[in-house]
Design a protein around this ligand. Structure first.
Ligand SMILES: Cc1cc2nc3c(=O)[nH]c(=O)nc-3n(C[C@H](O)[C@H](O)[C@H](O)COP(=O)(O)OP(=O)(O)OC[C@H]3O[C@@H](n4cnc5c(N)ncnc54)[C@H](O)[C@@H]3O)c2cc1C
Ligand code: FES
Ligand code: FES
Length: 471
């Protein structure tokens, strides 16, 4: 049983921790006040810490928002905070560079930037500047140029034997996560579990029918922080090895419901353009290092971005419970506003994307900001055409235009069998106009959404005909 988290090389006891307590407040209670609370909802990165994660026979550091991580879920895990990055009086190269470049003014955001830059410094395969490394960190006063210059000027990833203690730590690997049950972490009436296997998970869910399941926590902990939700029983999925499965078979790609979106992003690179387009638009790397497709689909938000992309790919969801597993089409998984076919005690085990992948596929996100924003309308389209240019299959999926993410079946039918031309797309748009009834809200009016629904399909047609991407 693991009741400690290792912070900067030292064990900190999790005894007595409320299962709802965030890692940020746990660290600050222990005097580690470098991590700051800016927004408490994953938007600013001031609270970033670097978590040690298993990677390729060794380990890697991943920066995460500690405001959205439960302290209890850190049992047996290891992390570095801004306090642990320097070695004695010697600054880490990223800290030193921040000083040299003048990357800090009031300093509130600086610890978060340092942690994100630190994780980037050790990122396996880093090759040049990647703006995503600091895309989840906000600074109100410095201006980003000096901070970006630090990221740009990084030396290559240090090798073991070059005297870098973190590089030496990474080759030792990360401990597999052990089971956590009430008693080993937490106290009182509130209970926290972190099963290691699906069988153990189903057993816990059978005994604790009111449990709240949590994976990356990027939705659940926002509820804790912003809506004052308190859960009496929390079951973390992050230790369940079967949920991290990745199976690239001839007939389908199966992605475990607990694989972080950053891992998905790395692994689909060069394989599945539609997901490659989606993931950089999905919040920031700080969020993607924790967020999962399991959480994204289960929360059933009508404006979630994973659903339209996966609907266009014709994905299925593998659902599991003590009664066994069943596979359901994702089209049919959402039954109403924030409602799904998940039965009590049932979880999403994996997402299955059938092969062959569509010939033409794209994802579009319309939001007030280009990056790191919530969709007003999201759309994903996947089309197959035969040698004569006739559409043989079409999947048109939208988010933000109904109570659930949807497929536009009528418009799909109007495309199939027709040549993929501007005129066929115009016909499909006429069908979309008649069959979709988006609502108005503070993100966009009904009229605006209607316009987007059609324009995005036209854009898809134009781009795929031109073989490029329109500005
Ligand atoms: C700053 C910020 C930016 C965001 N940006 C985006 C964005 O651009 N696009 C977008 O779509 N979303 C976005 N989100 C929402 C969120 O990150 C995603 O929905 C994410 O995929 C949730 O995954 P998670 O593992 O963190 O879920 P959690 O918070 O752990 O869980 C979410 C819900 O799913 C349930 N759940 C989790 N896993 C399972 C499972 N395997 N089976 C059954 N139920 C499960 C939980 O009980 C909970 O109800 C953002 C969130 C934040 C805080
Ligand atoms: S406090 Fe802003 S991301 Fe955590
Ligand atoms: S230095 Fe003030 S917020 Fe960044």
């Amino acid at each position: 049983m693991t009741d400690v988290v290792t912070v900067n090389g030292e064990p900190l006891s999790l005894d007595g921790v409320d299962p709802n307590e965030t890692l940020l407040w746990f660290l600050r209670r222990h005097g580690l006040t470098g991590a700051k609370e800016g927004c408490a909802e994953g938007e600013c990165g001031a609270c970033a810490v670097a978590l040690l994660r298993v990677h390729d026979g060794g380990a890697r550091y991943e920066a995460v928002n500690s405001c959205l991580v439960l302290a209890a879920a850190m049992a047996g895990q290891e992390l570095v905070t801004v306090e642990g990055i320097a070695t004695g009086e010697t600054l880490h190269p990223v800290q030193d560079a921040m000083v040299q470049e003048g990357g800090s003014q009031c300093g509130y955001c600086t610890p978060g930037f340092i942690v994100s830059l630190f994780a980037e410094y050790y990122r396996p395969g880093r090759d040049g500047y990647d703006p995503e490394a600091i895309g989840g960190n906000l600074c109100r006063c410095t201006g980003y140029r000096p901070i970006r210059d630090v990221a740009r000027a990084m030396e290559p990833v240090p090798e073991v034997g070059e005297g870098d203690r973190f590089a030496a730590r990474l080759v030792q690997g990360a401990a597999p996560l052990e089971s956590v049950s009430p008693g080993s972490v937490g106290e009182g009436e509130r209970r926290f579990y972190r099963p290691e296997t699906l069988a153990e998970l189903y057993d816990v869910l059978g005994r604790e029918p009111d449990a709240k399941v949590i994976n990356g926590g990027t939705d659940v902990v926002v509820e804790v922080n912003q809506r004052d939700a308190r859960f009496d029983v929390l079951v973390s999925l992050e230790g369940v090895a079967e949920l991290c499965r990745w199976d690239d078979a001839d007939d389908a790609l199966t992605i475990g419901a607990g694989v972080s979106l950053s891992r998905v992003e790395e692994r689909v690179h060069g394989m599945l353009p539609l997901l490659e387009e989606l993931l950089p638009l999905f919040s920031s790397r700080l969020i993607r290092n924790r967020a999962t497709f399991g959480g994204n689909l289960a929360n059933a938000s009508p404006i979630g971005d994973g659903a339209p992309a996966l609907l266009a790919l014709g994905a299925e969801v593998v659902l599991g419970s003590a009664k066994g597993e069943r596979t359901e089409a994702l089209d049919g998984f959402f039954t109403g506003y924030r409602q799904t076919v998940l039965a009590p005690g049932e979880v999403i085990v994996a997402v299955r994307i059938p092969k062959p992948f569509p010939q033409l596929g794209r994802f579009y996100k319309v939001a007030k900001r280009e990056m790191d924003d919530i969709s007003t309308v999201a759309a994903a389209f996947a089309i197959d055409v035969d040698d004569d240019g006739q559409v043989t299959s079409a999947r048109l999926a939208y988010g933000g235009v109904a109570a659930t993410p949807i497929r536009a079946h009528d418009a799909e039918r109007s495309l199939v069998g027709a040549p993929f031309t501007a005129s066929a797309v115009a016909d499909a748009c006429a069908v979309l106009k008649k069959t979709l009834n988006p609502i108005s809200d503070h993100r966009g009016s009904e009229k605006y959404r209607r316009a987007m629904v059609e324009q995005l399909l036209r854009k898809f047609h134009a781009e795929t005909q031109m073989g490029g991407v329109l500005p």
